[in-house]
Write a protein that binds this ligand. Structure first.
Ligand code: ADP
Ligand code: ASP
Ligand code: MG
Length: 426
């Protein structure tokens, strides 16, 4: 008998029929003697609808009130799921984040979980209930409702699994695992049996929305066994996120291609080239709580230089307005901006021991005439900023260039998967 946390994403609870089939799946696990905590998202499209409603009233709604409305989507699904479980003859109780309590900080719309009180959950489990906890939400110490950022139900599930020391956290979604790239962009993408935490962290931070990045951070930090599976298929093994490398004898150099459409690029031209200038430009951007991604400063010429960086597209207008003030203050020549950019990245721990990955990547993109506007690298990833219209092409070209459609070769015929790791309902 194990304690399992099962998270179901928006498409997995998109209709009352889907909700009933989730209840049936949970019933199988409970019948096998496991304790189950279920963490649903809102029904597909619902969070977008709620945010759009708020924006009809005010273009920049008060963040506290935005969280009050955005959190209601999950309140609907927890109750519907509990009812569907009753229909299956199960005992089930639903709780909102503030009822549990999932305690967060007060950063509305992107709050961080600080602590989870297990008392009510443990009690309900002990009484034989399936416990259904709303994803994506919590409450701060003053009792204000908070939300955890888009895709935040993944993080709710992992945090609950960590707090309750669950045996496994299962993320049920509309694909049957983590793929070498988004299978909706590259139909030849291949499902991975395992991926390391490090790689998954990079993939998530570089735009693969199959897991919210904070959920991967949490799972790594608290050693939560994390698995991504399909809610549309019967029990497959999905993808297990692993701590150490136990994949194949001959590990692939690149494990996946990630991309992010939502990049915007800002450039300040003719910036006086003197110490402290990067701080003068980026300080006010950080003060406005805008995350900066890639940064490039060119070689100075005639005592001036050009300075570029990227931000999330939703922060573009705010960043541009701030930069204009900075430009006047420091006497830079001009400003330019581009919202038609995107970022494509190749990720793999094998890159550490294999030189030449960058040149292979640049060569493949050059062959298609794709211009690289910015480049950034780390030990296990290479990212490029390109024109957005080339995104799909770039992803497919790189997927092919690194042979990701083919399973990695194994000298001993091992898949690397540890069969004893798999928990099944019965
Ligand atoms: P949910 O609503 O279940 O949380 P999401 O839409 O947030 O689902 O995440 C699942 C989606 O992530 C998939 O439908 C797929 O299009 C996308 N995705 C992006 N990159 C990957 C990847 N490398 N592997 C699998 N899915 C990916
Ligand atoms: N419903 C929230 C969202 O759409 C949280 C989630 O789905 O994980 O972002
Ligand atoms: Mg999601």
């Amino acid at each position: 008998m194990a304690l399992i946390v099962q998270k179901f994403g928006g498409t997995s609870v998109a209709s009352t029929d889907r909700i009933k089939s989730v209840a049936k799946r949970v019933a199988r696990w409970q019948a096998a003697g496991h304790d189950v905590i279920v963490v649903p998202s809102a029904m597909a499209g619902e969070t977008n609808r709620l945010i759009a409603l708020a924006k009809e009233i005010s273009p920049s709604p008060d963040p506290r009130e935005l969280d009050v409305i955005a959190s209601t989507g999950e309140q609907v699904t927890i109750a519907l799921l509990a009812m569907a479980m009753h229909g299956e003859g199960l005992k089930a109780r639903s709780f909102t984040g503030s009822q549990v309590t999932v305690l967060t900080d007060s950063a509305f719309t992107k709050a961080r979980i600080l602590k989870i009180d297990e008392t009510r959950i443990r009690k309900a489990l002990a009484e034989g209930n399936v416990v259904v906890v709303a994803g994506f939400q919590g409450a701060d110490e003053d009792g204000n409702i908070t939300t955890l950022g888009r895709g935040g139900s993944d993080t709710s599930a992992v945090a609950l699994a960590a707090a309750l020391k669950a045996d496994e956290c299962q993320i049920y979604t509309d694909v049957d695992g983590v793929y070498t790239t988004d299978p909706r962009v590259e139909p030849e993408a291949r499902k991975l049996d395992t991926i390391t935490f490090e790689e998954m962290l990079e993939m998530a931070s570089l735009g693969s929305k199959v897991l919210q990045i904070r959920s991967v951070e949490f799972a790594g930090k608290y050693k939560v066994k994390l698995r991504v599976l399909s809610s549309f298929e019967d029990e497959g093994e999905g993808t297990l996120i692993t701590v150490e490398e136990k994949r194949t004898m001959e590990e692939p150099v690149i494990s996946g291609i990630a991309f992010n459409r939502d990049e915007a690029k800002l450039t300040m031209l003719g910036v006086p080239d003197r110490p402290g200038i990067a701080y003068q430009i980026l300080g006010p951007i950080a003060d406005a709580n805008i995350d900066v991604d890639m940064i490039i400063q060119n070689i100075g010429r005639d005592d001036t230089t050009d300075f570029s960086f990227t931000v999330h597209r939703s922060d573009y207008s705010k960043a541009l307005a701030i930069l204009e003030t900075v430009r006047q203050k420091i006497g830079a020549r001009d400003l330019s901006g581009d919202t038609g950019t995107c970022k494509v990245s190749a990720v793999g721990v094998g890159m550490r021991s294999h030189p030449g990955v960058a040149s292979k990547m640049f060569g493949a993109l050059a062959k298609e005439g794709i211009n690289l506007q910015m480049i950034s690298t780390s030990e296990i990833k290479i990212s490029v900023v390109i024109e957005e219209k080339y995104l799909e092409l770039a992803v497919r070209v790189l997927h092919k260039a690194f042979g990701l459609e083919k399973p990695p070769k194994s000298k001993l015929g091992l898949t690397g998967r540890d069969e004893t790791d798999i928990i099944t309902p019965s």
